[in-house]
Every structure is written in structure tokens, then in C-alpha cells.
Design a protein around this ligand. Structure first.
Ligand SMILES: [Zn+2]
Length: 402
């Protein structure tokens, strides 16, 4: 049984797995004998041995198989040997896996098949992500992704590390004066010793982003955070490369949108939508942009806010890389000092934008990037969808505890 969910008896014959509404389930009715049998499902016994134990405990014939089947269907079982060849390779790298154990346990909560969690974790090692922008936000995102097991994190930026780029988890004080991109790559490597070897330069992807599972756009320039340039994202749209925006502008931290080209609203859609709502938007953006290159002042960027959005962006990125659709697809999450309440602003696909997302916008959710209906429903923002999926998954003696 997945050890990630804490177990507790709600009454004499109902077990609750997990504590939080997002992942908790209850199982009942369950007799005491079956309840104690659950303790034996700790990964040390195969099905044959479990059957024997079941007979010793006087459980009826077929009871063990039925229980195991139902636990598996509810997503409560893991497989200590499952997950395929990549997972086996990861198991052999004990130090790497030990460092990632909390992440593996966390993945076991959002995956349902036995062995699926380690399969996802191992798959991260073969992924290639590019982070564009290595300031207080971008360098931390790169380190987080690398530390969470993403095999190749490439950082792009220009110039040299300034004292105000320094951030815990990102660029260090010792790196001031070094090339910014190299210093950020060093930081990413430090957070994940024993990463898989880099692939040869032959496969090095170009500006279009092709060859990357995801590109993260983390500009140091606050205008680029507030009004991301549609033309800069054109090659990414053309190559179909998913990309995620993150940054700090004034006292506001922004995560999103995660753009699934041709499926969800992009920087161009965002820009068109704003111009619809505010006729002065294009004029303002032009002024901000023409001023942003000239200004030499250090822009506002609260260290804790920068770290917060870097962390959330990395979490959205990992959810996507693990095959889910996080709530930043088609939305910008924003949080402002000093109240720090998060809220999501939708980024609707716009008919005037050449990205083509409006043609698919009528559909309920993007299909191409989606593993299954359940996947979307579990991770999506819609409570109704999530409830529905839970109800389907837990039909019979299973019910969601919310
Ligand atoms: Zn668009």
C-alpha cells in the first residue's frame, strides 16, 4: 500500500486513507481482520504469500484477490518493482533516489497505477527543459527543476551576474561578475549531483524550442513580465513547444499562462484581450517597452515574492512534465504584496491571434496533451469535474472523503 497516505479508523468498520480533502479516501465496510491484513501490504510480500497469510487469518477464499483488486482500482497500491526499465535504472542509483524520496511519495498521491509514480519520476531524467532568463526568478526555477529530477535544464540569458541577481537557491554571491547563463547552469547542476550526462551538441535545440519538452520564460525585465511579447513567442508557437511564463512586476508575482500552442491562450491572445478591454493598452505597452531598455535603475523584485513564484512555476512545470494539465494552462496566477492573496486571471484564446487556439477553444479542455479524462479532472480547476471523476473512480464501496 502507498505509505504516503496516513491511515485512520473513522469508526469500527471504516478506514480513511489520507488526511487532506484533495487526496483522502475512505474504505468501508471493512471488518477488523481485513483491516489488520492491510498491514501486510507493505511491499515485502507477493500475491502468493499474501494468499497464504489470508488463509492463516481465516479470510474467505478469493477475499485477498478481491481486496487487492479494489485497492489497486482506488489507486492505493504501489508496486515496489514496477515502472519499467527507466525505473529500474533509477532504483539502482540509490543516492539519487534517496534524495528524491519525498517527491516519489508525492507522485504516488497523484498517480493511480502501481509503479506509475517511479515511472514518472524516472521519466523526468530524460526530459529537456529550457529556462529563458536567469535573474532572481529564472535561476531558482532552473535549480528547482534540476533538483526535482529533470535530466537537462538549459538556461539562457545574457550579461554577467549583478549583486541584485543573487538569491538563495539561485545565483550565489560568489557568482557576481560571472556570465549569468553559466552561473545559473552551475547552480542547477549543484542542486542535482549525479544528473544524467548531457546529450551531444548535435541535438542542441535552437531558438524555436524544438527538442524541449517545455520552455520557461522568466524575464528579468518587468515590462516583459507584465506584457509578454507575442513576437518573441512566435518560434515556440510555430514549433508547437509548450511554454510557461513566470516573473515579478512591481509588487506582483505572476505564474502563467502555460501555453499549449494551438490549444490554450498565448502571449498574443493575452495582448489582444487586453487591447479589447482597454483601448489605451497598446499605447501604454509601447511606452513601457521603449523605456525599459533605457532605464538603468534596478527594478523592484521582492526576494520572497520572487522565490514564491519560482516555486509555484516549477510546480506547474513539473505537473505538466509529469503528464498533467495544471491550472496555469489558459490562466495567469497572480499574487501581490502585501496582501498576498492568489487569484487566477483567465487568458482566453483570441480570434485575432494567429496561434489558432480559438478553433479549439470551444472544446472543454485540450485533448492532445491530456493523459486521460481523470487526469484533467484531478488537476484542473473545476471542482465539479474533480468530484465527478472521484465518483466514477470510487463507485461501489469506495467513496471520496471531502
Ligand atoms: Zn494566441
Amino acid at each position: 500500500m502507498k505509505p504516503a497516505l496516513r491511515r485512520g479508523w473513522r469508526d469500527l468498520n471504516t478506514v480513511q486513507f489520507g488526511m487532506t480533502p484533495a487526496h483522502a479516501l475512505t474504505l468501508g465496510p471493512m471488518d477488523t481482520a481485513t483491516g489488520s491484513f492491510l498491514d501486510l501490504l507493505n511491499g515485502t510480500r507477493g500475491l502468493e504469500l499474501l494468499r497464504e497469510e489470508g488463509r492463516r487469518m481465516d479470510l474467505p477464499d478469493g477475499h485477498v484477490e478481491g481486496l487487492v483488486r479494489r485497492l489497486a482500482r482506488a489507486g492505493l497500491l504501489d508496486d515496489t518493482k514496477g515502472g519499467g526499465p527507466a525505473a529500474d535504472t533509477l532504483r539502482r542509483k540509490k543516492e539519487v533516489l534517496d534524495r528524491l524520496r519525498p517527491d516519489l511519495a508525492s507522485l504516488s498521491l497523484t498517480t493511480s497505477e502501481p509503479g506509475e509514480a517511479i515511472d514518472r519520476l524516472a521519466a523526468r531524467r530524460s526530459l529537456r527543459v529550457q529556462v529563458r532568463g536567469a535573474g532572481r526568478v529564472g535561476a531558482v526555477v532552473a535549480s528547482l527543476l534540476s533538483g526535482a529530477g529533470v535530466g537537462e535544464v538549459d538556461v539562457r540569458d545574457v550579461g554577467r551576474v549583478e549583486p541584485w541577481d543573487v538569491a538563495p537557491g539561485g545565483l550565489s554571491a560568489e557568482a557576481v561578475g560571472d556570465r549569468r547563463d553559466e552561473a545559473a547552469r552551475r547552480a542547477a547542476r549543484r542542486s542535482a549531483p549525479d544528473r544524467p550526462p548531457r546529450r551531444g551538441p548535435k541535438a542542441a535545440p535552437g531558438e524555436g524550442g524544438a527538442g524541449h519538452s517545455l520552455v520557461i520564460i522568466a524575464p528579468r525585465d518587468d515590462v516583459a513580465v507584465h506584457a509578454p511579447s507575442p513576437s518573441a513567442a512566435e518560434p515556440l508557437i510555430a514549433s508547437g513547444t509548450p511554454h510557461l511564463y513566470v516573473g515579478v512586476v512591481e509588487g506582483t508575482g505572476v505564474v502563467g499562462p502555460l501555453v499549449l500552442p494551438g490549444e490554450t491562450g498565448c502571449a498574443g491572445c493575452l495582448n489582444e484581450g487586453r487591447a479589447d478591454r482597454d483601448p489605451a493598452w497598446p499605447r501604454l505597452v509601447a511606452q513601457w517597452r521603449s523605456g525599459s531598455g533605457r532605464t538603468r535603475e534596478v527594478r523592484p523584485c521582492d526576494l520572497a515574492l520572487a522565490t514564491t513564484v519560482a516555486g509555484l512555476a516549477a510546480a506547474h512545470a513539473l505537473a505538466f512534465l509529469d503528464g498533467r494539465i495544471p491550472s496555469s494552462a489558459g490562466a495567469r496566477w497572480e499574487v501581490s504584496l502585501p496582501g498576498l492573496s492568489w487569484h487566477a486571471r483567465p487568458v482566453w484564446a483570441h480570434p485575432a491571434c494567429p496561434c489558432g487556439a480559438t478553433e479549439k477553444g470551444e472544446r472543454e479542455h485540450p485533448s492532445e496533451y491530456e493523459g486521460s479524462h481523470e487526469t484533467m479532472a484531478e488537476q484542473g480547476p473545476s471542482k465539479e469535474l474533480r468530484r465527478k471523476a472521484d465518483t466514477e473512480r470510487l463507485a461501489g464501496t469506495w467513496r471520496a472523503h471531502v
